[in-house]
Design a binder for this molecule. Structure first.
Ligand SMILES: [Cu+2]
Length: 307
Protein backbone atom coordinates (compact mmCIF):
# COMPACT_ATOMS: atom_id res chain seq x y z
CA UNK A 1 0.00 0.00 0.00
CA UNK A 2 2.85 2.36 0.77
CA UNK A 3 4.02 1.87 -2.79
CA UNK A 4 0.58 2.96 -4.00
CA UNK A 5 0.79 6.08 -1.85
CA UNK A 6 4.24 6.68 -3.29
CA UNK A 7 2.79 6.37 -6.76
CA UNK A 8 -0.25 8.58 -6.19
CA UNK A 9 1.45 11.33 -4.17
CA UNK A 10 3.57 12.66 -7.06
CA UNK A 11 0.49 12.59 -9.28
CA UNK A 12 -1.44 14.62 -6.69
CA UNK A 13 1.44 17.09 -6.36
CA UNK A 14 1.63 17.44 -10.14
CA UNK A 15 -2.10 18.14 -10.17
CA UNK A 16 -1.60 20.78 -7.48
CA UNK A 17 1.17 22.39 -9.55
CA UNK A 18 -1.13 22.55 -12.56
CA UNK A 19 -3.85 24.11 -10.43
CA UNK A 20 -1.36 26.73 -9.20
CA UNK A 21 -0.02 27.57 -12.64
CA UNK A 22 -3.42 27.79 -14.26
CA UNK A 23 -5.10 29.94 -11.59
CA UNK A 24 -7.87 31.51 -13.67
CA UNK A 25 -8.56 35.23 -13.57
CA UNK A 26 -11.64 35.71 -11.45
CA UNK A 27 -14.69 36.64 -13.48
CA UNK A 28 -16.22 40.06 -12.75
CA UNK A 29 -19.36 38.63 -11.15
CA UNK A 30 -17.29 36.36 -8.95
CA UNK A 31 -15.45 39.40 -7.62
CA UNK A 32 -18.54 40.14 -5.55
CA UNK A 33 -17.62 37.11 -3.44
CA UNK A 34 -14.06 38.25 -3.00
CA UNK A 35 -12.38 41.11 -1.16
CA UNK A 36 -12.12 44.30 -3.23
CA UNK A 37 -8.86 44.82 -5.07
CA UNK A 38 -8.93 48.48 -4.16
CA UNK A 39 -7.26 51.47 -5.74
CA UNK A 40 -4.02 51.92 -3.79
CA UNK A 41 -0.56 50.44 -3.88
CA UNK A 42 -1.12 48.73 -0.52
CA UNK A 43 -4.61 47.43 -1.31
CA UNK A 44 -3.18 45.73 -4.39
CA UNK A 45 -0.29 44.24 -2.43
CA UNK A 46 -2.76 42.87 0.10
CA UNK A 47 -5.08 41.60 -2.61
CA UNK A 48 -2.35 39.74 -4.50
CA UNK A 49 -1.11 38.15 -1.26
CA UNK A 50 -4.67 37.12 -0.47
CA UNK A 51 -5.11 35.59 -3.94
CA UNK A 52 -1.75 33.79 -3.86
CA UNK A 53 -2.52 32.21 -0.49
CA UNK A 54 -6.03 31.39 -1.68
CA UNK A 55 -4.73 29.44 -4.69
CA UNK A 56 -2.14 27.66 -2.55
CA UNK A 57 -4.96 26.59 -0.25
CA UNK A 58 -6.99 25.41 -3.25
CA UNK A 59 -4.03 23.34 -4.44
CA UNK A 60 -3.46 21.86 -0.97
CA UNK A 61 -7.17 21.09 -0.63
CA UNK A 62 -7.29 19.40 -4.02
CA UNK A 63 -4.15 17.36 -3.26
CA UNK A 64 -5.27 16.25 0.22
CA UNK A 65 -8.85 15.45 -0.71
CA UNK A 66 -7.71 13.89 -3.99
CA UNK A 67 -5.45 11.42 -2.21
CA UNK A 68 -8.08 10.81 0.46
CA UNK A 69 -10.96 10.14 -1.93
CA UNK A 70 -8.73 7.99 -4.16
CA UNK A 71 -7.67 5.90 -1.15
CA UNK A 72 -11.25 5.60 0.12
CA UNK A 73 -12.46 4.26 -3.19
CA UNK A 74 -9.47 2.16 -4.21
CA UNK A 75 -8.89 0.51 -0.84
CA UNK A 76 -12.47 -0.04 0.25
CA UNK A 77 -13.22 -3.19 2.21
CA UNK A 78 -15.80 -4.42 -0.33
CA UNK A 79 -13.05 -4.49 -2.97
CA UNK A 80 -11.09 -6.85 -0.75
CA UNK A 81 -8.60 -4.39 0.71
CA UNK A 82 -6.80 -5.41 3.91
CA UNK A 83 -5.61 -2.79 6.39
CA UNK A 84 -1.88 -2.09 6.17
CA UNK A 85 -0.80 -1.63 9.79
CA UNK A 86 2.86 -1.03 8.97
CA UNK A 87 2.16 2.63 8.13
CA UNK A 88 0.77 3.51 11.58
CA UNK A 89 3.24 5.22 13.95
CA UNK A 90 5.71 5.49 11.11
CA UNK A 91 8.34 8.05 12.07
CA UNK A 92 9.15 8.70 8.44
CA UNK A 93 5.56 9.56 7.52
CA UNK A 94 5.20 11.70 10.65
CA UNK A 95 8.30 13.68 9.71
CA UNK A 96 7.15 14.13 6.11
CA UNK A 97 3.71 15.47 7.00
CA UNK A 98 5.22 17.80 9.56
CA UNK A 99 8.01 19.18 7.41
CA UNK A 100 5.89 19.81 4.29
CA UNK A 101 3.32 22.06 6.04
CA UNK A 102 6.12 23.90 7.85
CA UNK A 103 7.84 24.57 4.53
CA UNK A 104 4.56 25.78 3.00
CA UNK A 105 4.05 28.18 5.94
CA UNK A 106 7.61 29.47 5.66
CA UNK A 107 7.14 30.12 1.94
CA UNK A 108 3.85 31.94 2.63
CA UNK A 109 5.50 34.01 5.37
CA UNK A 110 7.92 35.64 2.92
CA UNK A 111 5.40 37.68 0.85
CA UNK A 112 3.29 38.24 3.99
CA UNK A 113 6.22 39.77 5.88
CA UNK A 114 7.15 41.83 2.83
CA UNK A 115 3.61 43.21 2.73
CA UNK A 116 3.61 44.02 6.44
CA UNK A 117 6.92 45.85 6.16
CA UNK A 118 5.55 47.85 3.22
CA UNK A 119 2.43 48.76 5.20
CA UNK A 120 4.54 50.10 8.08
CA UNK A 121 7.02 51.93 5.85
CA UNK A 122 6.26 55.60 6.45
CA UNK A 123 9.34 56.87 4.64
CA UNK A 124 9.03 59.34 1.77
CA UNK A 125 5.45 60.34 2.51
CA UNK A 126 4.54 63.48 0.62
CA UNK A 127 1.89 64.92 2.93
CA UNK A 128 0.41 64.33 6.37
CA UNK A 129 -3.20 64.47 7.49
CA UNK A 130 -4.22 64.13 11.12
CA UNK A 131 -7.52 62.32 11.57
CA UNK A 132 -9.30 62.59 14.90
CA UNK A 133 -12.34 60.49 15.79
CA UNK A 134 -15.14 61.99 17.86
CA UNK A 135 -18.54 60.73 18.94
CA UNK A 136 -19.67 60.87 16.13
CA UNK A 137 -17.69 62.68 13.49
CA UNK A 138 -14.23 62.90 11.99
CA UNK A 139 -11.87 65.83 12.06
CA UNK A 140 -9.33 66.23 9.27
CA UNK A 141 -6.29 68.44 9.77
CA UNK A 142 -3.88 69.00 6.88
CA UNK A 143 -0.75 69.56 8.91
CA UNK A 144 1.30 71.00 6.05
CA UNK A 145 -1.43 73.26 4.71
CA UNK A 146 -3.06 74.43 7.94
CA UNK A 147 -6.47 73.31 6.68
CA UNK A 148 -8.82 71.81 9.25
CA UNK A 149 -12.47 70.81 9.25
CA UNK A 150 -15.01 68.38 10.64
CA UNK A 151 -16.75 65.79 8.52
CA UNK A 152 -20.25 64.86 9.64
CA UNK A 153 -23.01 62.58 8.36
CA UNK A 154 -24.96 64.31 5.57
CA UNK A 155 -27.78 66.33 7.14
CA UNK A 156 -30.42 64.94 4.79
CA UNK A 157 -29.40 61.36 5.63
CA UNK A 158 -29.47 62.22 9.31
CA UNK A 159 -33.02 63.51 8.94
CA UNK A 160 -34.15 60.36 7.12
CA UNK A 161 -32.70 58.01 9.71
CA UNK A 162 -34.67 59.50 12.61
CA UNK A 163 -37.39 57.18 13.93
CA UNK A 164 -40.74 58.10 12.42
CA UNK A 165 -39.21 60.53 9.93
CA UNK A 166 -41.50 59.11 7.27
CA UNK A 167 -38.75 59.77 4.71
CA UNK A 168 -37.56 57.16 2.23
CA UNK A 169 -33.91 56.04 2.57
CA UNK A 170 -33.98 55.14 -1.11
CA UNK A 171 -34.56 58.79 -1.98
CA UNK A 172 -30.85 59.58 -1.49
CA UNK A 173 -27.84 57.89 -3.07
CA UNK A 174 -25.34 56.21 -0.73
CA UNK A 175 -27.68 56.32 2.23
CA UNK A 176 -25.73 56.85 5.50
CA UNK A 177 -22.48 56.85 3.54
CA UNK A 178 -22.37 60.54 2.72
CA UNK A 179 -20.85 63.45 4.62
CA UNK A 180 -21.09 67.22 4.52
CA UNK A 181 -17.36 67.75 3.86
CA UNK A 182 -15.31 64.87 2.46
CA UNK A 183 -11.61 64.38 2.99
CA UNK A 184 -9.92 65.65 -0.17
CA UNK A 185 -6.61 64.17 -1.32
CA UNK A 186 -4.53 64.05 -4.52
CA UNK A 187 -3.90 60.92 -6.60
CA UNK A 188 -0.49 59.29 -6.90
CA UNK A 189 0.73 60.83 -3.65
CA UNK A 190 2.00 58.91 -0.62
CA UNK A 191 -0.21 60.29 2.12
CA UNK A 192 0.55 59.69 5.77
CA UNK A 193 -2.46 59.62 8.09
CA UNK A 194 -2.00 60.21 11.81
CA UNK A 195 -4.88 58.72 13.73
CA UNK A 196 -6.15 59.59 17.17
CA UNK A 197 -9.44 60.15 18.99
CA UNK A 198 -10.79 62.58 21.56
CA UNK A 199 -13.29 60.46 23.47
CA UNK A 200 -13.47 56.71 22.83
CA UNK A 201 -11.76 54.34 20.39
CA UNK A 202 -12.84 54.69 16.78
CA UNK A 203 -11.32 53.15 13.65
CA UNK A 204 -10.76 54.78 10.27
CA UNK A 205 -11.55 52.39 7.47
CA UNK A 206 -11.80 52.86 3.71
CA UNK A 207 -12.01 49.38 2.14
CA UNK A 208 -10.80 50.52 -1.30
CA UNK A 209 -7.60 51.82 0.31
CA UNK A 210 -6.93 48.47 1.99
CA UNK A 211 -6.28 50.25 5.27
CA UNK A 212 -8.06 50.21 8.62
CA UNK A 213 -6.58 51.36 11.88
CA UNK A 214 -7.80 52.22 15.36
CA UNK A 215 -8.02 55.84 16.47
CA UNK A 216 -7.23 55.69 20.18
CA UNK A 217 -7.44 58.62 22.61
CA UNK A 218 -3.98 59.57 23.85
CA UNK A 219 -2.20 57.62 21.12
CA UNK A 220 -1.17 58.38 17.58
CA UNK A 221 -1.46 55.53 15.10
CA UNK A 222 -0.27 55.98 11.55
CA UNK A 223 -1.09 54.53 8.18
CA UNK A 224 -0.38 55.52 4.62
CA UNK A 225 -2.07 55.19 1.27
CA UNK A 226 -1.24 56.12 -2.29
CA UNK A 227 -4.14 56.11 -4.74
CA UNK A 228 -3.26 54.97 -8.28
CA UNK A 229 -2.76 57.81 -10.75
CA UNK A 230 -5.64 56.58 -12.92
CA UNK A 231 -8.09 56.15 -10.05
CA UNK A 232 -9.37 59.56 -8.97
CA UNK A 233 -12.91 59.40 -7.60
CA UNK A 234 -15.00 59.17 -4.47
CA UNK A 235 -14.30 56.40 -1.99
CA UNK A 236 -16.38 55.60 1.05
CA UNK A 237 -15.76 53.98 4.39
CA UNK A 238 -17.02 53.86 7.93
CA UNK A 239 -15.94 53.89 11.54
CA UNK A 240 -14.95 50.30 12.22
CA UNK A 241 -14.77 50.27 16.00
CA UNK A 242 -17.97 50.17 18.03
CA UNK A 243 -17.83 53.65 19.56
CA UNK A 244 -21.28 54.26 20.98
CA UNK A 245 -24.83 55.08 20.00
CA UNK A 246 -24.11 56.64 16.62
CA UNK A 247 -21.22 54.39 15.63
CA UNK A 248 -23.05 53.52 12.44
CA UNK A 249 -23.57 57.17 11.57
CA UNK A 250 -20.06 58.56 11.19
CA UNK A 251 -19.18 57.61 7.61
CA UNK A 252 -15.98 58.48 5.80
CA UNK A 253 -15.89 59.96 2.33
CA UNK A 254 -12.62 60.56 0.53
CA UNK A 255 -12.57 62.58 -2.63
CA UNK A 256 -9.47 61.77 -4.66
CA UNK A 257 -8.62 64.53 -7.12
CA UNK A 258 -5.95 64.98 -9.77
CA UNK A 259 -2.90 66.80 -8.43
CA UNK A 260 -3.90 70.05 -10.14
CA UNK A 261 -7.50 69.88 -8.89
CA UNK A 262 -6.19 69.20 -5.41
CA UNK A 263 -3.93 72.27 -5.54
CA UNK A 264 -6.93 74.34 -6.63
CA UNK A 265 -8.98 72.95 -3.76
CA UNK A 266 -6.20 73.82 -1.28
CA UNK A 267 -6.04 77.34 -2.66
CA UNK A 268 -9.81 77.72 -2.29
CA UNK A 269 -9.73 76.46 1.31
CA UNK A 270 -6.94 78.85 2.21
CA UNK A 271 -8.64 81.77 0.51
CA UNK A 272 -11.83 81.04 2.43
CA UNK A 273 -10.02 80.69 5.74
CA UNK A 274 -7.85 83.80 5.55
CA UNK A 275 -9.61 87.00 6.53
CA UNK A 276 -9.15 89.41 3.65
CA UNK A 277 -6.84 92.18 4.88
CA UNK A 278 -6.41 94.49 1.93
CA UNK A 279 -10.00 94.66 0.80
CA UNK A 280 -12.99 96.37 2.26
CA UNK A 281 -14.69 95.16 5.42
CA UNK A 282 -17.50 93.32 3.71
CA UNK A 283 -15.52 90.53 1.95
CA UNK A 284 -13.57 90.02 5.14
CA UNK A 285 -16.76 89.40 7.05
CA UNK A 286 -18.02 87.12 4.32
CA UNK A 287 -14.85 85.07 4.46
CA UNK A 288 -15.03 84.95 8.23
CA UNK A 289 -18.59 83.72 8.05
CA UNK A 290 -17.74 80.97 5.59
CA UNK A 291 -14.65 79.41 6.97
CA UNK A 292 -13.21 79.95 10.39
CA UNK A 293 -15.53 77.55 12.18
CA UNK A 294 -13.29 74.47 11.74
CA UNK A 295 -10.11 76.46 12.37
CA UNK A 296 -11.52 77.82 15.62
CA UNK A 297 -12.58 74.33 16.65
CA UNK A 298 -9.11 73.05 15.83
CA UNK A 299 -7.58 75.68 18.09
CA UNK A 300 -9.89 74.65 20.92
CA UNK A 301 -9.01 71.02 20.33
CA UNK A 302 -5.31 71.72 20.50
CA UNK A 303 -5.77 73.69 23.70
CA UNK A 304 -7.76 70.83 25.18
CA UNK A 305 -4.99 68.46 24.21
CA UNK A 306 -2.41 70.50 26.06
CA UNK A 307 -4.65 70.70 29.11
CU1 LIG B 1 -16.53 55.73 15.78
Amino acid sequence: MISTVRKTLPAALAFAAVALAGAPQADAAWNLLNMPEGVTELSKTIYSLHMAVFWWCVAIGVAVFGVMIYALVKFRKSAGAVADTSITHSTRVEIIWTVIPVLILVVMAVPAARGLIKIEDMRNTEMTIKVTGYQWRWQYEYLDEGISFFSVLDREHDKIRQIGSGLDPNSVPNYLLNVDKPLVVPVDTKIRVLLTAQDVIHAWWVPDFGMKKDAVPGYINELWFKVDADKPGTYRGQCAELCGRDHGFMPIVVEVLSKQDYQDWVARQKAAAEPATSDAEEPAQAAAAVAPQPVASAAVTTAANRG
